[in-house]
Design a protein around this ligand. Structure first.
Ligand code: NZQ
Ligand code: ZN
Length: 388
């Protein structure tokens, strides 16, 4: 097990009607916030009104910035940074999903950086501090509600890049599963796919003294598959939505990766699909992860066989571990198809003749990346080709 320091300061406020407490929670930290949200959903579902009522009752002043798009864009971040500086904002409330939260985090870090905030994402620049961020989560998926990370797309280059800072973990996140009843099935599926991927990225590692976290990962993946197959038949089932929301948070709050590291190449390869083609991140992962698995499984056949056995109940054929490993990957693809996710470029109507452009962008000048298997430019190309 690797040495590690772990501190997750995000207070999780979980359960029915918890969004009504947002004003009183904020009042413990600030008197004025930037209220940041996405497109039409927050107002259409009534959540926006509930949040505004709670802020007003608690005496919290607010300045608004809506309009965050899925795959959040740099242009709104620039606007948010200016707004926070001009209005002396020290706290951002993100009401929405990963895109809104990530946009809020980008603004939070950008306010304390004296140059172009994009340097943080692309040049290793560091802010001197960060504004505080809190969230009211509306979709279990990205895990940004308890993570240090933010992912932004720059519309000038279509680069989709991530940045992380310990101070970007939200001060608190409000998770009311009822708020997810209004999700379109497609977004529920994308969320399931993303949280599953966050576990996959931590599960496949070089570290081999990791029995406890391996089992935590397997339990989380198994739970996501089991509940994912049930939720579409019963979308307003509070208990199912609650379990999924909890799994999505734990999948990415770094708990499952303690002492074991991770891989993360599938995320980097996927970000080119959502960056260039504005595909939902979760859908892109369903295309990339099976292809990545097919490309790397021979590096650790017994572990892939274990994945097949413990996550998908496939009996291990000790005489032919490769057969078991491949059955596990096929079963993962079947799960993705069962929840109506694409598993090939064509399923998502992505162009198939631009692979070289995607490869160059994914490499970003690096020779290789990936913690389970180091992959090079040729590997990235092979993975995209396996996904065609
Ligand atoms: O924009 P609105 O109208 O709010 O609609 C959203 C959006 O269209 C809608 N939606 C959200 N909650 C809803 C709802 N519709 C009805 N009812 C609700 N309760 O769903 C759509 C997708 O929202 P978005 O925030 O984009 O989804 P998600 O949470 O999946 O976030 C995806 C982004 O997070 C990044 C992804 O790359 C992507 O840009 N990630 C962030 C990570 C992090 N910060 O730690 C890690 C992840 O790996 C991921 O990369
Ligand atoms: Zn993800």
């Amino acid at each position: 097990m690797f040495n590690f320091n772990y501190q997750n300061e995000t207070k999780i406020i979980f359960g029915k009607d918890t969004e009504a407490t947002v004003g009183t929670e904020l009042a413990k930290h600030t008197k004025k916030v930037l209220l940041h949200y996405g497109g039409a959903s927050a107002k259409a579902t009534g959540l926006y009104d509930k949040v505004v009522t709670s802020l007003t009752e608690a005496g919290i002043a607010f300045v608004e910035l809506g309009g965050v798009k899925p795959n959040p864009r740099a242009s709104l971040v620039y606007e948010g940074i200016e707004l926070c500086r001009n209005e002396n904002i020290d706290f951002i409330l993100a009401v929405g999903g990963g895109s809104v939260i990530d946009s809020a985090k980008a603004i939070a870090a950008g306010v304390y950086y004296d140059g172009d905030f994009w340097d943080l994402y692309t040049k290793g620049a560091k802010p001197t501090d960060c504004l505080k961020v809190a969230t009211v989560l509306t979709i279990p998926a990205a895990g940004s509600e308890a993570s240090t990370a933010t992912v932004i797309t720059h519309e000038k280059t279509n680069e989709k890049r991530g940045y992380g800072h310990p101070k970007l973990r939200p001060v608190f996140s409000i998770l009311n599963p009822e708020l997810t009843f209004t999700l379109p099935d497609y977004q529920t599926s994308c969320g399931l796919a993303d949280m599953f991927a966050h576990v996959v990225e931590r599960y496949f590692t070089q570290q081999r003294h990791d029995i406890y976290t391996t089992r935590l990962c397997e339990a989380t993946m198994k739970t996501i598959v089991e509940l994912g197959r049930k939720i579409f038949k019963d979308p307003n089932n509070y208990e199912l939505r609650a379990e999924i929301m909890l799994a999505g948070m734990v999948a990415h709050n770094d708990w499952l990766g303690l002492g074991r590291g991770g891989d993360w190449s599938s995320h980097q390869i996927e970000h080119e699909l959502s960056g260039f083609y504005d595909l939902s991140h979760g859908a892109g992962l369903c295309i990339i992860i099976p292809a990545w698995m097919k490309h790397v499984y021979h590096h650790d056949m017994p572990f892939f066989a274990q994945f097949a056995n413990r996550v998908f109940d496939i009996e291990i054929n000790t005489a032919n571990l490769e057969e078991t490993a491949l059955k596990g990957i096929a079963e993962l693809e079947r799960f993705y198809q069962d929840i109506n996710m694409p598993i090939r470029f064509a399923d998502a109507n992505l162009p198939t003749h631009e692979i070289d452009k995607l490869v160059t962008s994914a490499m970003s000048g690096r020779a290789s990346f990936g913690g389970f298997v180091q992959i090079t430019e040729a590997d990235v190309k092979a993975i995209y080709e396996l996904a065609l």
